[in-house]
Write a protein that binds this ligand. Structure first.
Ligand SMILES: Nc1ncnc2c1ncn2[C@@H]1O[C@H](COP(=O)(O)OP(=O)(O)OP(=O)(O)O)[C@@H](O)[C@H]1O
Length: 342
């Protein structure tokens, strides 16, 4: 059973003038202890998926999905209180901007203490409980590699460097010992040494605590170094999903190939100063979406069939949504390919 599963998630946004389909039948699966990368260029809908999981949907948005489940239980059928409980204890999120996610008017010490669930505190007098919380807060900071806790505990968020704030956010996210950590572009804009440190930290928790991680990013290099599997999103549609190794070796969707070709680190035979390959055009706005496969107007392989949205297909556990996939093994071409229902 998947730990988290999304099947055919469609999200509509009412912009005032019209209703746009920002996510179109998106599929995502996260297994226990798995690190999954959710990649796609800016505006592809990664954060919208995270918001749909969290249930943080404004009134002007609406969602339709065959399934959004956590440990097999439908999150859509849960009461707001049940969903809040899961988000408080089982699924933690670290956002892009740590400084804005922390409360600017409250000292770090108080914010970390607050993030510790009451169940972790033994029954005692309030002052004793406060001491217990403080000890746990310090041990959380140590676990994320902040050894000199005394330097930061009494600070406000704006007095602390961004990378330390990010580690504090991770410490707070881990306080409830969640099963899933969603890192929404949490290393964006960081210099590479800091980024490596944060990624190592997450990897450590994945290995030692079997923490499943949904790592949202457009930094392919960082993500592929640590993720087991990857889901690629283009303009609100999932285009390909599978083990990182097989996607890197044999991308089936033209968009995944273009994404990899546009990153110098994946171009082994790239001559110095040679141009990187990129798709023509830019990602369309939600107000001007093409019908069918949304990559159509930019896709080098597009044909008339692409005006129909391709169904997800699979070769073993490698899923793709494309009428004219690349690199299909001969055996798969000969046999009819099994259309999976995710
Ligand atoms: N509150 C909103 N109202 C209207 N449109 C929105 C809103 N939030 C997001 N969108 C639109 O939904 C689309 C997907 O946005 P989203 O933030 O999920 O992209 P993303 O892949 O996370 O991008 P980035 O990597 O830059 O964070 C974009 O076209 C964006 O303009």
């Amino acid at each position: 059973m998947a730990l988290l599963e999304i099947k055919n998630l469609t999200l509509f946004i009412d912009t005032g003038d019209e209703t746009v389909k920002a996510l179109d039948k998106v599929n995502l699966r996260l297994d226990e202890g798995e690190i999954k990368a959710l990649v796609g260029e800016s505006g592809s809908g990664k954060t919208l998926i995270v918001r749909a999981i969290l249930g943080a949907i404004p009134d002007t948005w609406s969602i339709k999905a065959d399934r959004i489940t956590y440990q097999g239980k439908s999150m859509q059928d849960m009461s707001p209180e049940q969903r809040r409980q899961i988000m408080r204890r089982e699924i933690a999120v670290v956002f892009q901007e740590p400084a804005s996610a922390l409360d600017p008017s409250v000292k770090i010490k108080e914010q970390i203490k607050e993030s510790i669930p009451d169940e972790f505190i033994e029954k005692a007098w309030p002052w004793q409980q406060s001491k217990q919380r403080e000890a746990l807060a310090i041990s959380l900071l140590h676990r994320v590699g902040i050894k000199n806790h005394g330097r930061y505990m009494n600070c406000y968020p704006h007095e602390i460097p961004a990378d330390v704030c990010q580690k504090i956010m991770i410490a707070m996210a881990l306080a409830s010992e969640p099963k899933i950590l969603i890192a929404d572009d949490s290393t964006r804009g960081m210099e590479s040494a800091t980024k490596t440190q944060i990624l190592r930290l997450l990897l450590k928790f994945n290995k030692t605590k079997k923490l499943a991680i949904l790592f949202v990013s457009h930094d392919l290099l960082a993500i592929t170094s640590m993720a087991h599997s990857m889901t690629v999103l283009y303009c609100g549609q999932t285009v390909e999903s599978g083990k990182v190794k097989s996607l890197l070796k044999r991308p089936l969707h033209p968009y995944t190939k273009a994404l990899l070709d546009s990153a110098p680190s994946f171009q082994v035979s790239l001559a110095p100063k040679s141009k990187l390959v990129a798709l023509d055009g830019t990602i369309p706005t939600l107000q001007h979406l093409p019908i069918g496969c949304r990559l159509g107007p930019r896709c080098p392989n597009a044909r008339k069939e692409c005006v129909i949205v391709p169904s997800p297909r699979s070769i073993q556990d490698h899923l793709y949504s494309c009428h004219f996939p690349l690199h299909l093994p001969k055996s798969a071409k000969r046999k009819s390919i099994k259309v999976v229902s995710l």
